[in-house]
Design a protein around this ligand. Structure first.
Ligand code: AGP
Length: 614
C-alpha cells in the first residue's frame, strides 16, 4: 500500500510533501519521490530505498521553490523497487507528473497503444501509462480535471491517481477507485493523502471521497466530480485521531487493521490475472509451458503460517493437476537429503521473501537442478530474486508480526498456481478453470461477510479470558486451518493451543479432552457429506467427554446445532476455498483474546516479522 501526499497552498510544497511522506512510512515502502510544479514544467526527484535517500538527493540537488507538489512512497507491485520504477512518473514531454497507489489491470493494452503511437515508456510500471495518457490530454488543450475524468474512464482495476501539470500550477487533481484517498481542508491551502496521517499536523478537517470520483484541490477550495464530470460531494468530517491512531486507520492495532483489510488484499491479489483471452497469467513466470508440463512432483517449502498455506495448496494442486505434492518445513527440507530432479518444482512460500530457512532450502533445491517458484508479498526480496518464477501476492505491507492478510493472499496465490498448472498441463478445461476464478472473485465479499459478524467472535474470545489450553480440529483443507488457528493463538495469547486432524482424535489427542476444554471445530462444507458426517462424529466424541465445542459451519448446515456449544456461521463456498473464510474467525478470536489479556498483538514477545537467521 503506497503512501501518497498532495499539496496546494502558500507553504513550500517540498517540505510539506516530504514531511507527509515521513508520516506515511509506517505503511512500508521501497522507494520515494516528490514532484513540484515550477515554471511551466515539473521539477522532481525520486530514489529507491528509504526516504533518507530522497532527502539526501534533494539536498545535493535542490529542487526549485514551489507551492504545489505531490509525493509518493512506493510498495512495489509491478516492477522491481529501483529509481526508474519509483514514483512520480512523467508524461512524454515531462510537463505532467503522476503518483499512484493500486493496480491498473488493463495497463498492458494501454501501454501497447501508447507505444504504437510513438510513446517511449521508461519504467515497468502501470503508473507511467497513466502519466502519458494524462499528458496526451492536457497537451491537446484539455484542463487537468477533465483529463483525469477522461483517462479514469478508460482504466480498469483499483487505483488512486494524483497528478500535477507544470503549466497549470494552481491545482492538483486526483481520482480514486477501490483505493484510499482523503482530502485535508486547510485555510488557503488544501491537501491530499492516502490517509489522514499525511496532513494531520496541518489540519484535522477532512473530506471523505466516494467511489469513482475525481477531486481538484486549489488554494481556494476543493471540487469533486464523478468520472463522468457530474458534480459530486465528499463527506466532511473532523479527525480526532492522534498520529499514532492515524497510522492504524483508527484501529488500536495494525493486526486488527490488517485482518479487516483482507477483502481488499484478496481482491488486489486476484487483479490482472487473466489476459485478454481470459487465460490465466502469472507475474513473472520464467519457466516455459514445456518445462512446467514436465513437472512430475511438487515440493512446497515454507515456515510457520506460510507452511500452513502450503498445506492447503496441496489439496488444490493435487485435485486440479493430479501432480503429487509434498509440503515440507523449510528448516527440515535440506537436512533430509530430499529426492529432487530437474522435473521437480519446488514452491517457496514466504511473505517477507527473506526467511533464512526457506532461502537456504531453495538454494539447496537449485543446486539439485530443480525449478523454483516463489510465492511472495515483498517485491524484489531475496527469495523471488533467486527463483525461476514468482507469483506476487498484493496484500500490501504487513506490519503485524502475526500474518493474516499475508496468509490469505498466499492461499489465493496457491490457488492461482494450481489453476495455472492445470491450464498448462490441460488437466482442467478452460471453462472449469474460469468457473473457479469466478468463485475466487466472489471471495472478498464472503470474507467481508465473516468480518461483518466479528462481534460474536470478539465476545466469545473475551469469555475465554483465563483459558489455559485450546484445541482446534479440522479435516481435509480444514486441517491446515486448524493448525493456523492454533498458531495464531500461541503467538498472540501465549497459551497452549494445538491443531489436529479430527480423524486423529482416537489415536491419542482425545485423551486431552476434559471438562470445559474449548475445542474449535472447522466443519467441512456439506458438499463433502462423508467428510462432513465424520467431522460431526468427532465433535460428538469430544463433547461427550466435556469439551466446550465452538463450531464453524456454513450457513444452512443445521445438522451441527445439537453438538455446538457455540456456532459461528460461515458463508457457503466451494470446499477447496473454505480456508479463505474459515481462518478469519480464528484470527479474530486470537487477536481479541490476546488484546483482552493486555498483550501487544503487533509485536508479540520473542517473535520477529521476518526470521532471517536459521
Ligand atoms: C506467522 O504469523 C508468523 N509470523 C511466522 O510463522 C511466519 O509465517 C513465518 O516466520 C514465515 O515467514 P515468511 O512468510 O515471511 O517466510
Amino acid at each position: 500500500m503506497c503512501g501518497i501526499v498532495g499539496y496546494v497552498g502558500s507553504k513550500q510544497a517540498q517540505g510539506v510533501v516530504v514531511e507527509g511522506l515521513r508520516r506515511l512510512e509506517y505503511r512500508g515502502y521501497d522507494s520515494a519521490g516528490v514532484a513540484l510544479a515550477h515554471d511551466g514544467t515539473v521539477a522532481w526527484n525520486k530514489r529507491a530505498g528509504k526516504l533518507a535517500n530522497l532527502e539526501k538527493a534533494v539536498e545535493e540537488t535542490p529542487l526549485p521553490e514551489s507551492t504545489t507538489g505531490i509525493g509518493h512512497t512506493r510498495w512495489a507491485t509491478h516492477g522491481a523497487p529501483n529509481d526508474v520504477n519509483a514514483h512520480p512518473h512523467l508524461g512524454r514531454a515531462g510537463r505532467l507528473a503522476v503518483v499512484h497507489n493500486g493496480i491498473i489491470e488493463n495497463f498492458a493494452q494501454l501501454r501497447a497503444e501508447l507505444e504504437a503511437a510513438g510513446h517511449e515508456l521508461l519504467s515497468e510500471t502501470d503508473t507511467e501509462v497513466a502519466a502519458h495518457l494524462l499528458e496526451q490530454e492536457v497537451a491537446a488543450g484539455t484542463d487537468l480535471t477533465t483529463a483525469m475524468q477522461r483517462v479514469c474512464r478508460r482504466l480498469e482495476g483499483a487505483f488512486t491517481l494524483v497528478a500535477l501539470d507544470g503549466q497549470d500550477p494552481e491545482r492538483v487533481v486526483a481520482a480514486r477507485r477501490n483505493s484510499p484517498l482523503v482530502v485535508g481542508l486547510g485555510e488557503g491551502e488544501n491537501f491530499l493523502g492516502s490517509d489522514v496521517a499525511a496532513f494531520i499536523e496541518h489540519t484535522r478537517e477532512a473530506l471523505e471521497l466516494g467511489q469513482d470520483q475525481v477531486v481538484t484541490i486549489t488554494r481556494e477550495g476543493v471540487e469533486v466530480t464523478g468520472f463522468d464530470g457530474t458534480p459530486a460531494e465528499g463527506v466532511r468530517y473532523h479527525v480526532d485521531w492522534d498520529l499514532t491512531a492515524a497510522e492504524k486507520d483508527g484501529h488500536d492495532w495494525f493486526m486488527r487493521k490488517e485482518i479487516l483489510e483482507q477483502p481488499r488484499a484478496v481482491a488486489d491479489s486476484l487483479l490482472g490475472r487473466r489476459d485478454a483471452s481470459g487465460l490465466l497469467q502469472l507475474d513473472e513466470m520464467r519457466l516455459s509451458d514445456g518445462e512446467l508440463r514436465e513437472i512430475d512432483k511438487i515440493i512446497i517449502i515454507a515456515a510457520g503460517t506460510s507452511f500452513y498455506a502450503g498445506m492447503v495448496a496441496k489439496y488444490a494442486i493435487e485435485h486440479w493437476t493430479r501432480v503429487p505434492v509434498e509440503v515440507e518445513l523449510a528448516s527440515e527440507f535440506r537436512y533430509r537429503d530430499p529426492i529432487l530432479t530437474h522435473s521437480t518444482l519446488v514452491v517457496a512460500i514466504s511473505q517477507s521473501g527473506e526467511t533464512a530457512d526457506t532461502l537456504q532450502a531453495i538454494r539447496h533445491a537449485r543446486v539439485q537442478r530443480s525449478k523454483v517458484l516463489a510465492i511472495c508479498n515483498t517485491n524484489g526480496s531475496t527469495i523471488p530474486r533467486e527463483s525461476d518464477g514468482v507469483i506476487y501476492t498484493h496484500a500490501g505491507p504487513e506490519i503485524g508480526v502475526a500474518s493474516t492478510k499475508g496468509y490469505l493472499t498466499q492461499l489465493v496465490a496457491c490457488y492461482l498456481l494450481a489453476l495455472y498448472l492445470a491450464q498448462v498441463k490441460g488437466t482442467r478445461f478452460g471453462d472449469e478453470i474460469g468457473e473457479v476464478l469466478d468463485q475466487l472473485d466472489e471471495m472478498p465479499a464472503h470474507i467481508q461477510t465473516v468480518l461483518d459478524a466479528r462481534e460474536q467472535v470478539h465476545a466469545l474470545a473475551r469469555q475465554h479470558l483465563g483459558t489455559r489450553s485450546v484445541l482446534f480440529l479440522g479435516r481435509h483443507a480444514g486441517y491446515p486451518v486448524a493448525l493456523e488457528g492454533a498458531l495464531k493463538l500461541k503467538e498472540l495469547a501465549y497459551i497452549h493451543a494445538e491443531g489436529f486432524a479430527a480423524g486423529e482424535l482416537k489415536h491419542g489427542p482425545i485423551a486431552l479432552i476434559e471438562e470445559g476444554l474449548p475445542v474449535l471445530c472447522i466443519v467441512p462444507p456439506r458438499g463433502r457429506d462423508q467428510l462432513h458426517d465424520k467431522m460431526l462424529s468427532g465433535i460428538q466424541e469430544v463433547r461427550a467427554r466435556g469439551a466446550r465445542t465452538i463450531c464453524l459451519a456454513e450457513e444452512g448446515d443445521d445438522s451441527i446445532e445439537p453438538y455446538a456449544d457455540e456456532l459461528i456461521r460461515l458463508p457457503r463456498v466451494p470446499v477447496l476455498l473454505q480456508p479463505l473464510v474459515a481462518v478469519v474467525p480464528l484470527q479474530l478470536f486470537a487477536c481479541e483474546l490476546a488484546t483482552a489479556m493486555g498483550h501487544d498483538v503487533d509485536q508479540p514477545r520473542n517473535l520477529a516479522k521476518s526470521v532471517t537467521v536459521e
